[in-house]
Design a protein around this ligand. Structure first.
Ligand SMILES: NC(=O)c1ccc[n+]([C@@H]2O[C@H](COP(=O)([O-])OP(=O)(O)OC[C@H]3O[C@@H](n4cnc5c(N)ncnc54)[C@H](O)[C@@H]3O)[C@@H](O)[C@H]2O)c1
Ligand SMILES: [Zn+2]
Length: 352
């Protein structure tokens, strides 16, 4: 088992290791005295992993409750959020009890936000079961639900007490879901630097799962420690996401998030070369790597269409954005610019 300690407004451990799911109870009892533990999960993960999680928690003395909602991003909304809060209240969870977020990023974001708000905040732990959740969403304390007007528009910063990541649980992921998680890993490759990037070129993520997860989390840990509330360096994690989100919205969620991030990274690095920020050699290397992982590098949408989406994005329409621009492996920069400059980046980024 590997342990990564995150120091933010709360200090907590991320435990990564094969077989840890069955030790959930004893690992949790190290940081939270046995109490009521409300497992929040989605319908798919429930069928796969609730039983083992529940058994382990009960063996360690926790009394378990279970709240299950239908799998999918469409459940990350205020209705399910309200249902979960009512469920906790009906079962009289107190401030000394615990929420267990068991699942991918949707579960983690929703259950984390429930934990942040219920009784003005109770403790929770994260058990990520997708690659995306393992390397990204389960660490760092961003929680959210979507509003009708856009993704993640309501939420809170609320750190977990513990993150338990058992890479064996990723074995049941549909291939496309695993692949989209790889897009986030490739993003880290470009952010972290040459050695990690090369290892992703030489060895598939699936053959070095535990090491990859630890490397990504350790990087995110460092970023979060310096900028928990996303005012500066943490925005580097948005590499590929500005254009990616526009593609995601335009595709009306027919494309997976990671696929859109791959398209976004490809576009931003193409434009970065033309704007003189990055070498053509690095661009070609990154495009080849994205394709090697079976991810897309092009989109059917035009620069005008995506620019229109960016302009209507509530989070960025307010004037200035900070685009993450790759210059070298381990050398990405935040470039402030008016939203209107995005049009040129899109035009250059989409020209294949
Ligand atoms: N909080 C953050 O910092 C942060 C960062 C990145 C993304 N996110 C959020 O994460 C969400 C996306 O996360 P995701 O990609 O994990 O989506 P997800 O939670 O919807 O999981 C994808 C699908 O895989 C299924 N699944 C989960 N684990 C499984 C397993 N082990 N075996 C088989 N199937 C499994 C789920 O039921 C779901 O159908 C988005 O809502 C995004 O906004 C949050
Ligand atoms: Zn992402």
């Amino acid at each position: 088992m590997k342990t990564i300690t995150v120091s933010a407004s709360k200090t907590y451990e991320v435990l990564v290791g094969s077989g840890l799911l069955d030790q959930t109870g004893e690992l949790t009892a190290r940081v939270v005295k046995p109490c009521k533990a409300a497992i929040i999960t989605d319908s798919t993960v429930d069928a796969l992993y609730t039983e083992r999680t529940r058994r382990s928690l009960e063996q360690a003395g926790f009394e378990t409750l279970l709240f299950v909602f239908p799998a999918g991003e469409s459940s990350k909304n205020l209705t399910v959020f309200g249902q979960a809060l009512n469920f906790l209240a009906e079962h009289r969870l107190s401030r000394s009890d615990l929420i267990v977020a068991l699942g991918g990023g949707v579960v983690g974001d929703l259950a984390g936000f429930v934990a942040a708000v219920y009784l003005r905040g109770i403790r929770f732990i994260q058990i990520p079961t997708t690659l995306l959740a393992a390397v990204d969403s389960s660490v760092g304390g961003k929680t959210a639900v979507d509003l009708d007007t856009g993704k993640n528009l309501a939420g809170a910063f609320w750190q977990p007490e513990l993150v338990i990541c058992d890479p064996d649980t990723l074995a049941t992921l549909p291939e496309r879901t695993f692949r989209e998680g790889c897009a986030e890993v490739l993003k880290y490759g470009l952010l972290i630097g040459e050695e990690f990037l090369r290892s992703l070129e030489e060895t598939p993520v699936s053959d070095q799962l535990e090491a990859v997860i630890c490397t990504c989390i350790a990087y995110k840990r460092d970023i979060v420690a310096g900028d928990e509330f996303d005012r500066g360096q943490r925005q580097l994690l948005n590499l590929g996401h500005t254009i990616g989100h526009a593609v995601e919205t335009k595709a009306d969620y027919r494309l997976f998030h990671g696929e859109c991030v791959a398209i976004g990274m490809a576009a931003v690095i193409r434009a970065a070369v033309q704007m003189g920020h990055c070498s053509a050699a690095l661009r070609d290397r990154v495009l080849a790597l994205i394709r090697k992982y079976g991810l897309p590098t092009e989109t059917e949408f035009t620069a005008d269409e995506l620019y229109a989406v960016c302009c209507s994005d509530k989070k960025i329409a307010s004037g200035t954005i900070r685009l993450v621009v790759p210059a070298a492996p381990g050398g990405c920069r935040l470039l402030p610019m008016p939203v209107s400059d995005l049009r040129e980046w899109l035009e250059k980024g989409l020209a294949v």
